[in-house]
Design a binder for this molecule. Structure first.
Ligand SMILES: [Zn+2]
Ligand SMILES: [Zn+2]
Length: 378
């Protein structure tokens, strides 16, 4: 029996979006693997993540309220909007909710380097079909990031809060310690743990973000994918990466386009390659055949020339991919596959025998018992 999603988050059924968000953060803090050592902490964290995925999305939430089932659950897999988004490992760790929580709960402050104030860039991969690349597409990306705290608008200050010079390092960001050794006094300097190297701390910090000015949150952003984009090409969404500390500059979201292989077409730059079957007669006499184009309902007329050979390539100008930032299109290259019939009827055999006679060619005249039997039925 699946648990009630509202119970998982610990909110009432009429909770506002804001209440759901806050409940999620509170529970996530309690369950985070760094804090919670219970054996099933990770499962609970996942469960919480799934509940939040549904209840933070107005459409999914209303479907859940009406039907009591988790929308899209049967499809399985990714909580990130239909499985279109992959987290890219651009920065050597990927970005899952767990990583975001780690960096939120002091993951960065424990390092040797001073805590950086600016938000980091984040990377996601966006899967696209070739049709979407041809027509251009608007895609929603759902991802988790450290977003500006809504309660303090990123300042990190609580009610009556203010920024003060760090008392431990007197604003230097580093603390110098002297060790007395038999070689003499050794001076070592380390990042100040109290302020994480920033040189100041906050008196009366915002309780929601614990003075960071940012909170883990699930974001939805719609990106417009330009027509004709290439695989691995990147789109930069300025300011949609990790939020900075205390309102410092946010990072960007870098979206790497991942174009899925197509069932019929192979893309080569702006050109498309396709295969087409033609009969031996069509190949010999020439023909006009119709193929589906890359656009919905587009038909491409392919002129098979007289005497066309197997593997011959027929070029159809202007039916390739639309070019990036251009009005024109590439070409379509049709690779011809001449199909020899595996079976012929009695009548077809007679016609082919006549053709052989006309060409002065010897063909097998002997009929196998099986062929004779089949002829009798034709
Ligand atoms: Zn300090
Ligand atoms: Zn705050």
């Amino acid at each position: 029996m699946a648990k009630d999603l509202y119970e998982v988050l610990g909110v009432s059924r009429d909770a506002t979006e804001d209440e759901i968000k806050k409940a999620f953060r509170r529970r996530a803090r309690e369950l985070h693997p760094d804090v919670n050592k219970a054996a099933d902490a990770e499962d609970q964290f996942k469960e919480l993540n799934e509940a939040y995925d549904v209840l933070s999305d107005p459409q999914k939430r209303s479907a859940y309220d009406r039907f009591g089932t988790i929308p899209g659950a049967a499809g399985g897999g990714s909580p990130y909007g239909g499985g279109y988004v992959d987290f890219e490992d651009l920065f050597g760790g990927g970005f899952g909710m767990g990583d975001i929580f780690s960096s939120f709960f002091g993951g960065q402050a424990t390092g040797r380097t001073p805590m950086r104030k600016e938000g980091r860039d984040m990377g996601v991969g966006l899967r696209l079909t070739l049709e979407e690349v041809a027509a251009g597409a608007k895609k929603e990306i759902v991802y988790d990031r450290l977003a500006p705290c809504p309660d303090c608008e990123g300042s990190g200050l609580g009610p009556d809060g203010r920024e003060i010079t760090c008392p431990d390092c007197r604003g230097q960001g580093r603390v110098v310690t002297v060790q007395h050794t038999f070689l003499g006094d050794m001076q070592t300097s380390a990042t100040c743990k109290t302020c994480g190297g920033t040189g100041h701390t906050i008196e009366n910090p915002c309780p929601e973000c614990e003075g960071q000015g940012r909170v883990p949150d699930r974001q939805r952003v719609t990106v417009e994918v330009p027509v004709g984009i290439r695989d691995s090409q990147q789109l930069r969404l300025s300011g949609f990466g990790e939020a900075g500390m205390h309102g410092a500059r946010p990072g960007d979201l870098i979206v790497t386009c991942r174009i899925q292989p197509h069932e019929f077409f192979e893309r080569d730059g702006d050109n498309l390659h396709a295969r087409a079957n033609v009969s031996i007669v069509q190949a010999a006499l020439g023909a006009e055949i119709e193929l589906d184009g890359i656009f919905e309902d587009e038909k491409v007329l392919v002129r098979i020339p007289e005497g066309c050979q197997n593997e011959q390539v027929v070029r159809v100008k202007g039916y390739g991919m639309p070019k990036f930032r251009s009005e024109s299109r590439g070409d379509m290259f049709v690779h011809v596959n001449v199909v020899v019939p595996k079976k012929v009827t009695k009548r077809q055999r007679e016609l082919l025998e006549q053709l052989a006679e006309e060409l002065g060619e010897d063909v097998a005249k002997e009929r196998t018992p099986f062929q004779k039997l089949r002829d009798a039925f034709n």
